[in-house]
Design a protein around this ligand. Structure first.
Ligand SMILES: [Ca+2]
Ligand SMILES: [Ca+2]
Length: 251
């Protein structure tokens, strides 16, 4: 989506702090490693046959919800067939490309049983090719990217380049993009860092708090958005869902 649409470097630093070996990508539609660990190929823009860069090809296992995120109709929604999962794996394997199959966790933080069953079937139906040679080493990557606040260019749109974006998706720059509203519910639930905005940063600081990396300021009352007396990853998930418009309020 481009490094400027979310606080990319903040999220990257947190992920690397929690899981140093975790590979991070930005869904920027770029065919190069631009402050990311892997290239991200979306279904419909397949990985080239001669690919030699660490890559991932995404697909959705279910057609419920909006495909990416869980919704109540997901447990009964049709799933990608076992044969199709195996075909995708066979397609990406010789291209050194991972198959990133989106399986949405439900509102309890778990995968629904139909999804678990399908993954089990696919695991039994597919065998990796252990004779595939190793991927050649890639050049060193920038481990601490800094996204500039602004930039100018004599031609074109500089922000797209420095933000690793191929699309007009910079809030405030494109009239079709709606900036994050500067509002919160009346009771401020969800505004975990008390900056009067509910955004992905609030989900992030709640997740940090849950794993013992409390940041400051941190409002515990605002963080417990499902009002169950605990501040955990479910609260972070709900705040993220609120931010992207999947839910319209909290407890
Ligand atoms: Ca906030
Ligand atoms: Ca809670």
């Amino acid at each position: 989506m481009g490094h400027k649409e979310v606080p990319y470097q903040v999220i990257r630093e947190l992920v690397k702090e929690l899981q140093p070996n975790c590979l991070l990508s930005d869904h920027a539609h770029l065919r190069c490693l631009y402050d990311v660990d892997t290239i991200f190929f979306e279904a419909g823009s397949p990985c080239p046959e001669d690919n030699t860069l660490p890559s991932a090809l995404s697909a959705l296992i279910n057609s419920g919800g909006n495909g990416w995120f869980w919704a109540p109709d997901v447990p009964a929604a049709p799933l990608m067939s076992t044969a199709d999962i195996v075909n995708n794996l066979d397609y990406v394997e010789p291209r050194w490309c991972a198959f990133l199959l989106n399986c949405p966790p439900n509102n309890q933080g778990r995968l629904d049983t139909n999804i678990v069953g399908r993954l089990s079937e696919a695991g039994q139906a597919w065998s990796p090719d252990y004779s595939r040679p190793a991927l050649s080493a890639v050049h060193p990557q920038n481990e601490h990217p800094i996204t500039p606040y602004s930039a100018v260019a004599t031609s074109g749109t500089a922000l797209y380049a420095i933000g690793a974006s191929t699309r007009a998706s910079v809030p405030g720059e494109d009239p079709s993009v709606t900036p994050t509203p500067e509002t919160t519910p009346a009771d401020n639930l969800g505004d975990a860092n008390n900056d009067r905005v509910i955004d992905i940063i609030d989900a992030l600081v709640v997740a940090q708090y849950y794993v013992g990396l409390a940041s400051s300021p941190f409002d515990q009352t605002n963080a417990d958005v499902n009002c169950d007396g605990n501040i955990d990853i479910v609260d972070a998930l709900l705040i993220a869902q609120y931010y992207v418009g999947l839910i319209t309020g909290f407890c």
